[in-house]
Write a protein that binds this ligand. Structure first.
Ligand SMILES: [Zn+2]
Length: 615
């Protein structure tokens, strides 16, 4: 701006001089002849000006130098704006190092230090990972049914708070695994999936329709014959053919969708026993419980030349699908007057024992505790008529039953007797059920129990030869909301930062941090540890005055927005966590079917099984 002003002044001066000169000439004519001496020409100087550009300037965000060059045409000794012919700008590099004064407060900061240490261990994990295919002798797949990201976060906080910590900084066992990614859970025909289609994707490497078990998308749901020729091969079956020991654990009925997708083929997930199938379908296809007991026989019939020894470990609930509908077959901890559902008179527990005379069939905690893990080759545990208890409700089981972590430990003790290795699937099946009932307490408690089971597996195996993957089949409409202060009880009411009393919503009532977008909504069942009791009441949606309600009690069911008889699954991605050979492949966002392919790569399942089949 200054330079431009100066230029205008010079122009006006020049005009004045010129006018004056002209009038002079008019007055002084004629003039005597005087010798004219030409003035010696003064050379035009070339000038360079350097300007420092401040940090944050338009030309250079980190500052720099602007160089202007040109000829001093008017010979005033300055480079005026109209004399500039070239402009160059050289910007400074961004700051790349901190000075010691800046670093000092960071190196003593806990967040900074811990993250820095984690970085070093992450580098070690990447350096130590076994990347060659076939290096995993053992594979363990843990599935938290319905364990979406918000469930993992809330369970992490609850687990930390139960240990007396604030909670947010806590980590569940599987959150410490070095590799993780996301799985897209939709089914071929459904935006929000169910467990049948999602577990089929993980178990077989092929996505399929909602409600379908172990058959590709060509099947018509509920039409048994339409699935013929479209049955998929599962990782469990491949491991069995390859000669590895195989195991399956679930806290749900062992015939329920998730466990069933590892061993059964069914055009409808509800065909858990023959009484659940229309006669037309039962005439052509085998029910799921029967397929479990006939696993060895059926597999040998499907693939020529193989001789397998069956599932070494099967433990879960769902006894009703294995027993005849006759009170004479009731177990010691039967809940119903007639425990069995089967209408074909078959006692599948007896059929299993006839196949494996040296195996042990157990149905309660005492039988479980008595298993000799060194000498027992086959275990069949059915600990409940329907699903096993919620972990928080386990003490109420009539005859007693083991926890998920106890079953995992027992299974590993039996499975690791095989030098060819093992393949084990472990499902925490009831995280899903508690969410469906709108009861976060049980969903989070069962997630914490899954975390313990994963820790058992980490302690009992080596990352040198065992691939462990932990994931979920799908999510739930469970949210963590509001602005509660750090360390606020995760099951409590929102108390804002700096406050001690619950924050009030626009309706002047307090609200909880965790809640559901739909479902049965509010129930205040006090110390009730069985989430299913919530189904005894009609949906109560919308707001309820929680001022005098203990929202942290086991029997509290969170408020829900949309009234539904049962809360629903959610459609967003789920986390996948991994350690061991091949774990580095668990990264990025992938279709859920990718998980099968990671397990196959790590343990070479297809190749090893293929070598056993007669061509
Ligand atoms: Zn579900």
């Amino acid at each position: 701006m200054v330079i431009i002003m100066k230029k205008l002044n010079l122009i006006s001066l020049a005009v004045v001089v010129a006018l004056a000169g002209c009038s002079d000439n008019d007055k002084n004519t004629p003039e005597p002849a005087v010798p004219v001496i030409d003035p010696v020409p003064v050379p035009i100087e070339s000038l360079t000006v350097k300007n420092t550009l401040a940090v944050g300037s338009e030309q250079c965000i980190n500052g720099g130098i602007e160089t202007l060059t040109g000829d001093d045409s008017n010979q005033n000794g300055e480079l005026d704006a109209d004399e500039v012919t070239t402009t160059t700008v050289v910007c400074n590099d961004a700051e790349t190092s901190l000075n010691p004064q800046q670093l000092a407060p960071l190196t003593t900061n806990t967040w900074y230090k811990e993250a820095h240490t984690k970085l070093a261990s992450s580098q070690d994990n990447i350096a130590n990972i076994v990347k060659e295919s076939g290096k995993a002798k053992n594979v363990i797949l843990f599935v938290g049914d319905g364990m979406g990201i918000s469930t993992v976060t809330a369970a992490r906080i609850l687990a930390g708070q139960l240990q007396g910590k604030m909670g947010e900084e806590h980590q569940l066992s599987f959150e410490t695994l070095p590799f993780s990614g996301f799985a897209k859970t939709y089914n071929v025909d459904a935006q929000t999936p169910d467990s049948a289609g999602t577990m089929t994707a993980m178990a077989s490497g092929v996505k399929t329709d909602v409600g379908v078990i172990g058959i590709d998308e060509a099947v018509v749901n509920g039409n048994c014959l339409s699935g013929k020729g479209h049955e998929l091969v599962t990782s469990l079956e491949l491991a069995e053919i390859a000669g590895k020991s195989t195991g399956l654990i679930s806290t749900a009925r062992i015939t329920h969708a998730t466990p069933a997708a590892t061993y059964a083929k069914a055009a409808n997930r509800n065909w858990e026993d023959i009484s659940d199938m229309p006669e037309s379908e039962a005439a052509n296809c085998e029910d799921i419980a029967s397929q479990l007991v006939n696993f060895e026989k059926n597999l040998e019939a499907r693939f020529a030349g193989i001789d397998v020894d069956g599932l070494e470990v099967v433990m879960g609930g769902g006894r009703r699908h294995f027993l005849p509908k006759d009170a004479a077959y009731n177990s010691a901890d039967a809940v119903s007057s007639v425990e069995g559902d089967r209408t074909d008179g078959r006692d599948l527990t007896a059929e299993w024992q006839a196949q494996y005379p040296n195996g042990q069939y157990v149905m309660d905690q005492a039988g479980f505790n008595a298993i000799d893990v060194t000498n027992t080759k086959h275990i069949f545990g059915l600990f409940n008529e329907s699903h096993m208890q919620y972990e928080a409700d386990r003490g109420n089981d009539i005859a007693g039953e083991p926890s998920l972590s106890e079953m995992t430990a027992k299974a590993l003790d039996v499975l690791d007797n095989n030098e060819k290795g093992f393949f084990l699937t472990v499902e925490a099946g009831r995280i899903d059920h508690a969410h469906h009932a709108g009861n976060a307490y049980n969903a989070l408690s069962d997630t914490i129990e899954l975390s313990k089971a994963v820790q058992v597996a980490l302690d009992k195996t080596s990352i040198e030869d065992t691939l462990i993957i932990v994931t979920a089949d799908h999510s739930h409409v469970f949210t963590i909301a509001g602005y509660p202060k750090r360390g606020n009880p995760i099951l409590g009411k929102v108390v804002a930062v700096g406050e001690t009393e619950p924050t009030l919503a626009a309706d002047n009532m307090p609200y909880t941090t965790v809640g559901y977008a739909n479902g049965g909504g509010f129930r205040d069942l006090g110390e009730e540890t069985d989430a299913e009791v919530g189904y005894d009441f009609a949906p109560v949606t919308g707001r309820v005055d929680l001022t005098d309600v203990d929202t942290q009690s086991p029997g509290f069911h969170q408020e829900a927005l949309v009234p539904l008889s049962s809360e629903t699954h959610a459609g967003e991605d789920v986390g996948v966590y991994a350690i061991g050979p091949g774990a580095h492949l668990v990264t990025g966002t992938n279709e859920q079917s990718f998980i099968f392919h990671v397990m196959d790569y790590a343990a070479d399942l297809v190749k090893q099984a293929d070598a056993k089949v007669t061509k």
